[in-house]
Structures are given as C-alpha cells and as structure tokens.
Design a protein around this ligand. Structure first.
Ligand SMILES: CC(C)(COP(=O)(O)OP(=O)(O)OC[C@H]1O[C@@H](n2cnc3c(N)ncnc32)[C@H](O)[C@@H]1OP(=O)(O)O)[C@@H](O)C(=O)NCCC(=O)NCCSC(=O)C[C@H](O)C(=O)O
Ligand SMILES: [Mg+2]
Length: 350
C-alpha cells in the first residue's frame, strides 16, 4: 500500500478535486463501444447515446494504428459537441505501456475532462498501474482545473491482473469498476481458444458410462470458461463498492449465445456488459434489467417482512433476512432502472 488509510481520500495533487467517497451506482446495463475515427460510427453517436446507459469512445484495440490520433481527436470533438444528457460518457484509452497513453490522457483530460465520467484502462496488471494512473490523473485534473474526479475502470485481461484483482480493486478511490476482457486474457493465459468471450464446444464434462450399456453414447455438458475469473472479479468489486461488468461477446451474429453469456454475468452479480454492435444493445438492456415477475416476487417478499427480520412461508418457500436482502437487491435495481427507463417503469408498475 502506498498511502496510509488517513490519506486515502485526500487529493493526490494540490488543486485536484476531492476523491469520491462512494462510487455512484447508476443504470449501467451496457457500455456501448464506438470507434471515434470511423465516420459511420461517429455520426450515429448522438442517436445511439439516447438508447444506452453508457457510451464509450474506444481508442485502444480495434482502432488501427494509423488511426490512433484520428480516434483521439475525433473523441475530443464528440465530447465537445454531443450532449450526452444523463447517459454516461466514457473512454477506453491505450494501455499504459503504449506510445499513445500519455497523449491520450493529456488531450482528453485537457479538452473534455469535465465531460468524461470514467477512463477505462486496459491490461491492468496490479495496483502499481492504478497508482500511476491515479497520480497522473490528479496532476492533469489540477493543471486543467477539472472539477469532478475522473473515475477509473480496469479491464481484467492478463493472468497477472487476475492474480492481483483484490489489490487492483483497493488501489484508489477512483476505482469505479472492472470488466472481464476474455480475449486478451485467453492469450495471456495461453488458453487454446480463438474467440472473444463465450463458451467453447470442447470444454465439457461427460457423464459416466452406463455399466449396463457401456457402449451407449455419454452426453456431455459444455462448461463456462469464464466462471472462475468472473467470480473473482465480482467479489473484488463488491468488496469495495465498485461495479463489475462482463466485457465483449465477439460473435456479433450469435445473439442467443451472447444473451446466455450476459445472463450468466447478470446472475453472478455483474451490472452490465459491453455492446460492440448496435444489435447487442437490446440484449444487454433485456438481460441486465430484472424480469417483471422477479420484481413482483421481490415486492411480495419485502411486503411480507416489512422490517426484514423473522421467517415466513410464501408459496411453500421459507423466506428470512437473507432472502429479504436478495429481494431488496432486485427491487433496488428495478427502481434504479425505472428511474431512467420509462419502458421498464411501466413494466414494473412503479
Ligand atoms: C464488429 C464490427 C466490425 C461490425 O461492423 P460492420 O461490419 O460495419 O457491421 P454492420 O454492417 O452490421 O453494421 C451496421 C451499421 O452499424 C454501424 N455500426 C457497427 N458497429 C457499430 C458500433 N459499435 N457503434 C455504432 N455503429 C456501429 C456500421 O457502421 C453500419 O453502419 P451503416 O453502414 O451506416 O449502416 C463493428 O460493429 C465494430 O467495429 N464494433 C466495435 C468493435 C470494438 O470496439 N472492439 C473492441 C472491443 S472488444 C475488445 O477490445 C476485446 C477485449 O479487450 C478483450 O481483451 O476481451
Ligand atoms: Mg483486450
């Protein structure tokens, strides 16, 4: 640890804004990625921004090397000219060891530091990366008179980063959350996959042979390659009040498998996922908004136990303090989403 607990919430540079004591919990069902150097995507930003919770201008992977500067300058223009309303505006900058990182931060904080909410940092390896970015951001915030502290979102996409996930989560009050980056993580771990997220048909468990019929086919069930990492990330984030996200699902045409991957993440505690293509936005919205029947059930449980204590039977199932708390999680999320999304407000009957 570099700072004493007493200093944790003090600005790291004279003139930088006070660090946040709590990370804002906002509807964050999808982080929609766009390449600011791609004119077809850039022109759609104002309209797409009205339909998503978070818009993210991507400067890192998927932006060709010869368009890195154009992407950065495109994002500056978009940040200055587009009214994002109550949609969060994020960026993913290039990695800390790249030749673009320093200029990404200087330009973006200098020009649109007060419009950006969160800086996503790729390929974070340990707390030292967050300490470095934290200090540099404080320098830039002070220099350019930025009024609210920029938050940091780390991508968990290296084996070392996964090993250090708890230290990363605790490294700074700027830590807004984390996303799983399955493609880089697979490469870093030397996994033998060639995909961006999702399952693999060969990663299975097989039923035992039937002793009465040893030659009979033995069904297999595909397993989730990302379960372990996602669980580690969710615990690391939840333990510090930061928000965990599933990352990208690269098979844009496979809407069913995308929905399954997103739903696993939702059930395990993630608040959202990345949308790489407009057709993934509706999936994320549907999956990361509680279902109406779950909300109705949660309401029934909470109403049956007004102070959240004791034990009652509802429809043959025992409810107590712990199920009450789970129901509050679902209800609070539904209320949060209803506060932003009229369609879900009507669906939930709030
Ligand atoms: C994946 C894509 C390359 C597909 O693009 P395209 O072939 O153009 O698809 P379509 O023809 O179906 O597109 C229809 C129109 O929609 C526009 N479009 C496409 N994607 C977006 C978008 N994200 N935002 C806004 N508009 C979009 C197209 O331009 C078409 O427009 P028009 O011709 O006018 O009708 C493309 O979707 C894409 O590049 N997506 C983003 C990819 C990305 O950001 N990748 C990086 C994140 S994943 C990652 O980094 C891995 C991670 O870090 C890890 O390690 O796991
Ligand atoms: Mg990556």
């Amino acid at each position: 640890m570099l700072r004493s607990p007493r200093d944790f919430f003090k600005p790291k540079v004279v003139g930088a804004p006070e660090p946040l004591r709590e990370i804002p919990v906002l509807p964050s069902r999808m982080i929609h990625f766009f390449d600011p150097s791609n004119p077809k995507m850039a022109v759609k930003v104002p309209d797409i921004a009205k339909t998503v919770d978070i818009m993210l201008g991507n400067l890192e992977d998927a932006v060709p090397i010869d368009r890195k500067e154009a992407a950065r300058e495109g994002l500056v223009q978009i940040g200055k000219n587009v009214d994002f309303g109550n949609t969060q505006f994020w960026t993913r900058v290039n990695s800390l060891d790249s030749p673009w990182f320093l200029d990404d931060l200087i330009r973006l904080v200098g020009e649109i530091g007060d419009k950006l909410d969160v800086i996503m940092l790729p390929k974070i390896q340990g707390a030292w990366d967050i300490h470095f970015a934290d200090q540099l951001l404080a320098q830039l915030e002070a220099k350019y008179g930025v009024k609210k502290p920029l938050m940091i979102h780390a991508i968990l996409e290296t084996a070392l980063g996964v090993a250090n996930v708890d230290e990363i989560a605790n490294a700074s009050p700027r830590m807004q959350g984390m996303s799983l980056g399955p493609a880089d993580l697979a490469a870093s771990r030397r996994m033998k996959t060639t995909r961006v997220g999702g399952g693999h048909p060969d990663y299975v468990v097989r039923t035992d042979p039937d002793p009465a019929n040893p030659e009979a086919p033995r069904p297999t069930a595909q397993q989730d390659l990302w379960h372990y990492t996602m669980a580690k990330m969710v615990d690391a984030c939840a333990s510090v009040g930061a928000l965990p996200f599933y990352g990208p699902f690269g098979d844009i045409a496979d809407l069913t498998a995308c929905e399954d991957q997103f739903r696993n993440a939702y059930l395990m505690g993630c608040v959202g996922a990345w949308s790489l293509h407009p057709n993934q936005i509706a999936i994320a919205k549907r999956v990361f908004s509680p279902k109406a029947d779950e909300v109705a059930w949660a309401k029934r449980v909470v109403e049956a136990m007004p102070d959240g204590s004791g034990a009652v039977m509802i429809d043959g199932k025992m409810q107590d303090d712990a199920t009450w708390k789970q129901c509050k999680v679902v209800l609070n999320l539904a209320q949060l989403i209803a506060s932003r999304d009229a369609e879900y407000k009507a669906l939930y009957g709030f």
